[in-house]
Design a protein around this ligand. Structure first.
Ligand SMILES: [Zn+2]
Length: 426
C-alpha cells in the first residue's frame, strides 16, 4: 500500500509532557525521559480543536492508509513522511462458541495477529518509523523479544532506512526468520530485558540512531500507534465499548496505550466512562501483577530473577512501561492477574481449535485470565469482554507442536483400515 497523499489536518498543536510531573518537554527531546524526574513522555494534542473540527465524532480522515486514517490524533507533521503497510483495521469477532462454553453472550476478540508482520507491533512501528523519517534519522535500533524488532525492520525496509535489532537469544526461528527477511542487521544476546533496553538507549544517544524499541519510555511515539486499536474498537462497537478489555502484559506499553486511547476518547467527549482494563502476565514472569497485588508504588515495580514462561512475547523480566500500565489498571478500576503455563497452553488450543484463531501463547493469556476471573466471580457472565490477541501463533510454532500429540507417521494408504481412524465414521 502506498503512503497516503494529503491529510486533512496540519499537526501544529501537539506537545510532549511527562506522565509523572507534567513538565512540557521540547519535541526534539523525543527519545529522552523527562529532564526533571526521568518519567516517560507522552504526546498530548489540542483536544478542543480536534473536537471542534470533527463535530464530536472520532477524528478520521479518508485519505489515510493503515492507521493513518486517525492522523488528526497522531503525531506526524507532514503526510509525506507517513509509512504504512496497511496495519490496523483488525477484526473484532464475537467468539460465540467459547462464549457459550463460558456461559457468556458478549465475548469478543480483537485479532491483532492480522497485522502485516503478524502482531500489534505494526501499529507502533508505523508511527515510530514515520517519525524517524520526519526527524531525519537514516538508521534505527530496537531491542526486541522478536515481534517488535521484525515489525520495525519491515517498516524500515519500506521506508528505505537501516534497522539494527538486538534480540534475545532463544528467539524462535520464526521470529528470527522475520527479522532476517526484512533485512535487519541482527544481534542476539543473553542479557536481561532491562540491560538490553538501557544499552540500546546509550547506543542511540552515542551514534545518533533513533530508538524504535517498542517501549514508550524510550520512544513516546510508539504509544500513539498502539492506541489506535482502541479507536477501532470504539468504531466496531458503535461506541458501546465492552465492560472489560483484557490485554497481555510484557513491558506494559500496549495496556498503557489502550488507556491513552480511552483517555482521548473521553477528552473528545466520545465516552463517559472507561472500560476496566485487565493486564495479564505469565506466573513465571509477573512483575506488574506482583506490584498490583502488593500495592507497590508504580515507580518501584520489581525486576524478576530467572523469568520463565512459554509465552515468549511477554517474557520481560523488567517492564519498562509497567509504571504507566499499573496506573492505567488502577485508574480504570481494573486488575492484574497471572496465569500458569498449563492455563496458557490450554487457552492457546481452545482459541485455535474452537474458534479458528491461532494466537501465540502470550496472546492466549487473556482467555486464560478470563476463565479464572469468571470462576472467582470477579467478572460477571453477563458483562461484555474483549480479549486482545496480540500476535499470530506461527510467531512461535514450537509452542503448539511440542504440546500436541504427534501426527501418525508411515501411514499405509489402505482404505479399509483408514476407516477406524475417522471419528464418528458415518
Ligand atoms: Zn517529569
Amino acid at each position: 500500500m502506498e503512503a497516503p497523499s494529503i491529510l486533512s489536518i496540519e499537526f501544529d498543536g501537539i506537545s510532549l509532557t511527562c506522565v509523572w510531573c507534567g513538565s512540557l518537554v521540547p519535541k526534539d527531546s523525543a527519545t529522552s525521559a523527562c529532564p526533571n524526574c526521568a518519567g516517560s513522555l507522552e504526546v498530548v494534542y489540542d483536544y478542543n480543536k480536534i473536537q471542534e473540527r470533527f463535530h464530536g465524532a472520532l477524528p478520521v480522515v479518508k485519505e489515510g492508509g493503515g492507521i493513518w486514517r486517525f492522523s488528526p490524533i497522531l503525531p506526524l507533521n507532514s503526510s509525506a513522511n507517513c509509512v504504512s503497510l496497511g496495519e490496523g483495521a483488525s477484526p473484532y469477532h464475537r467468539i460465540q462458541k467459547i462464549g457459550s462454553i463460558l456461559g457468556m453472550r458478549d465475548l469478543f476478540v480483537k485479532d491483532e495477529s492480522r497485522n502485516p508482520t503478524c502482531s500489534f507491533k505494526d501499529r507502533k512501528s508505523a508511527v515510530a518509523i514515520s517519525k524517524a523519517i520526519e526527524d531525519g534519522y537514516g538508521k534505527v535500533l530496537a531491542a526486541t523479544a522478536g515481534n517488535a524488532g521484525s515489525s520495525v525492520a519491515a517498516y524500515a525496509a519500506k521506508a528505505g532506512i537501516e534497522s539494527y535489532i538486538l534480540a534475545f537469544q532463544g528467539i524462535s526461528r520464526a521470529k528470527l526468520a522475520k527479522l532476517l527477511a526484512y533485512g535487519a542487521t541482527v544481534f542476539l544476546t543473553k542479557a536481561s530485558t532491562g540491560d538490553v533496553l538501557e544499552f540500546t538507549a546509550k547506543v542511540c544517544d552515542r551514534y545518533h540512531l533513533q530508538n524504535c524499541s517498542a517501549a514508550s519510555r524510550y520512544n513516546p511515539y510508539v504509544k500513539e500507534g498502539a492506541k489506535t486499536a482502541v479507536f477501532e474498537i470504539y468504531e466496531q462497537t458503535e461506541g458501546k465499548l465492552p465492560d472489560w478489555i483484557i490485554v497481555p502484559v510484557g513491558g506494559g506499553g500496549n495496556l498503557s496505550a489502550y488507556f491513552k486511547g480511552l483517555k482521548e476518547l473521553k477528552a473528545l467527549g466520545l465516552i463517559e466512562k472507561y472500560p476496566r482494563l485487565i493486564g495479564v502476565q505469565a506466573s513465571g514472569c509477573a512483575p506488574v501483577v506482583e506490584a498490583f497485588e502488593r500495592k507497590l508504588d508504580p515507580k518501584n515495580i520489581p525486576k524478576i530473577k530467572n523469568p520463565k514462561t512459554i509465552a515468549h512475547s511477554i517474557l520481560d523480566d523488567w517492564a519498562p512501561d509497567g509504571d504507566i500500565a499499573l496506573v492505567s489498571i488502577r485508574e480504570t478500576s481494573g486488575l492484574a492477574v497471572s496465569v500458569s503455563e498449563e492455563e496458557i497452553i490450554s487457552a492457546t488450543k481452545e482459541l485455535s481449535g474452537i474458534e479458528g484463531i491461532y494466537a501465540e501463547p502470550s496472546s492466549a493469556t487473556p482467555l486464560a485470565a478470563l476463565r479464572k476471573l469468571l470462576s472467582a466471580r470477579t467478572v460477571d457472565k453477563d458483562e461484555s469482554v474483549a480479549l486482545i490477541v496480540t500476535g499470530f501463533g506461527l510467531n512461535q510454532p514450537d509452542a503448539i507442536v511440542d504440546n500436541s500429540p504427534s501426527p501418525m507417521e508411515n501411514l499405509d494408504l489402505d482404505i479399509t483400515t483408514f476407516g477406524k481412524y475417522i471419528k464418528n465414521g458415518n
